[in-house]
Design a protein around this ligand. Structure first.
Ligand code: SAM
Length: 409
């Protein structure tokens, strides 16, 4: 009972969808939170976090996924630079990174712009995250070497300290501000001047549909049109709002807000039903043209070749090669539901249960009614002994089947 009340509190305040984390992670997170807050049981924990904002913040720390790294999805930083060049009058260029986690995204944006020749005074990056721990770490401007994920050190903006950590240059630090804040707070950005660029990557996937719509509304209200909006893996924002359209020539998850086009009464507001429609999700039809110096242009035929090859290899039982072809395809078409589903199957076949779970969760983010993905998640949940989650997912599959039967002619 108290456990359910705690979950509902996290849903209401953070927008969190517990389904995306799985029961084992949730159990561990509650155990850690009880230890940290010296609460003997869930009932005591609930009483504490309900009344005390600091205790709730401590609880939240155990449920957030702070994973981030420098230049994650590097082509989006190329889109940022191109947009900055297309908009020379917008200085300082105002950039929002929400959620910022430990700041790597915010600092990467500033580094990309400094390297493109913008003066530090012309770059204003604000990073916001609900995690106080993450913001405290990011504000120190010191990062673990793993934050580069094997990429070369972007000197002189980051330099190695004696202990191997990476320190941000003072000029770089001047471009970036980090603060705590809850993305679901409707007043979060009220006193901020408009933003030219918004990074909102890898948070929506953890949120409930209503919370996604609310966050998108907050973000779009804070954008200074035309604004560049950058989404995370599989987060197809244009399926959530009529006010967004693909950034022409950019990466498939880069969008424009408020650029001139046919007027729509719904512009600026999230669509009533924020989730994508039935599968398969339409793959982006345009041919992205990356800026000079980047990887060769992705053509639809190349992307199709990759996925056809992935299927062939999968049929031939060559799981690793099939997975590589599938990932190559998803690099070009990250919101291709069928490819994400195939990736889930391949990860599952390779014994990578967590990666499989992630892929099927992404499928269900794009298409809540993907029965096969729900069933795969049932199997995965059963295999790791997560009986409660398997039962919930089975019930969800049964409801969906029932709806489909009723809708059948
Ligand atoms: C996976 S990280 C993404 C960081 C970065 N945008 C990226 O793509 O690398 C997700 C972050 O969302 C933050 N978060 C979760 N719920 C939030 C909320 N309601 N408001 C603000 N930040 C939130 C977490 O603290 C975590 O740092």
């Amino acid at each position: 009972m108290s456990r359910q009340a705690l979950i509902e509190l996290l849903q209401a305040r953070l927008g969190l969808d517990p389904d995306t984390l799985g029961p084992r992670v949730i159990d561990d997170a509650f155990a850690d939170a009880r230890r940290a807050l010296a609460a003997p049981d869930d009932a005591a924990l609930y009483r504490q976090v309900l009344m005390d904002g600091k205790a709730f913040s401590e609880l939240s720390e155990h449920f957030v996924v702070p994973e981030t790294w420098f230049f994650r999805a590097p082509e989006q930083f190329q889109d940022l630079v191109r947009f900055a060049r297309e908009q020379p009058a917008r200085r300082p260029l105002r950039i929002l990174s929400l959620p910022a986690s430990t700041g790597e995204e915010a600092y990467s944006a500033a580094i990309a712009l400094l390297e493109a020749g913008l003066a530090a005074a012309d770059i204003d990056v604000l990073g916001i995250d609900v995690s106080q721990t993450a913001i405290r770490r990011g504000s120190a401007g010191v990062f673990r070497p793993s934050a580069l994920r094997g990429q070369p050190i972007p000197r002189p903006w980051l330099r190695e300290a004696d202990d191997g950590s990476l320190e941000a240059d003072p000029l770089l630090r001047r471009c970036v501000r980090l603060r705590t804040g809850n993305a679901l707070d409707p007043k979060l950005l009220q006193s901020e001047p408009g933003f030219d660029v918004i990074f909102c990557r890898n948070l929506l996937i953890y949120l409930r549909p209503e919370a996604r719509a609310q966050l998108l509304h907050t973000l779009l209200s804070a954008a200074r049109a035309p604004a560049l909006v950058l989404a995370g893996q599989a987060e197809v924002l244009s399926s959530m709002s009529d006010a967004l359209r693909p950034y022409e020539g950019g990466c498939p998850l880069s969008f424009m807000h408020g650029a001139p086009r046919a007027a729509s009464a719904a512009q600026g507001l999230p669509k009533a039903a924020p989730r994508p429609t039935h599968r398969p999700a339409p793959a982006p039809a345009r041919v992205p043209t990356p800026p000079a110096g980047s990887a060769p242009p992705a053509t639809p035929s190349l992307a199709q070749e990759d996925i056809a090859r992935a299927h062939q290899l999968a049929d031939a039982g060559q799981v690793d090669q099939a997975r590589a072809a599938c990932l190559a395809h998803l690099g070009r078409q990250p919101a291709d539901v069928d490819a994400l589903y195939l990736l889930g199957l391949l990860e599952s076949a390779a014994g990578n249960a967590e990666a499989a779970e992630r892929a099927f969760t992404q499928v269900l983010y794009l298409d809540r009614d993907h029965l096969d993905a729900i069933e795969q998640r049932v199997g995965l949940a059963e295999r790791r002994g997560a009986g409660d989650q398997a039962r919930d997912l089975r019930a969800r599959a049964a409801r969906l089947r029932q709806r489909q039967r009723e809708a059948a002619p």
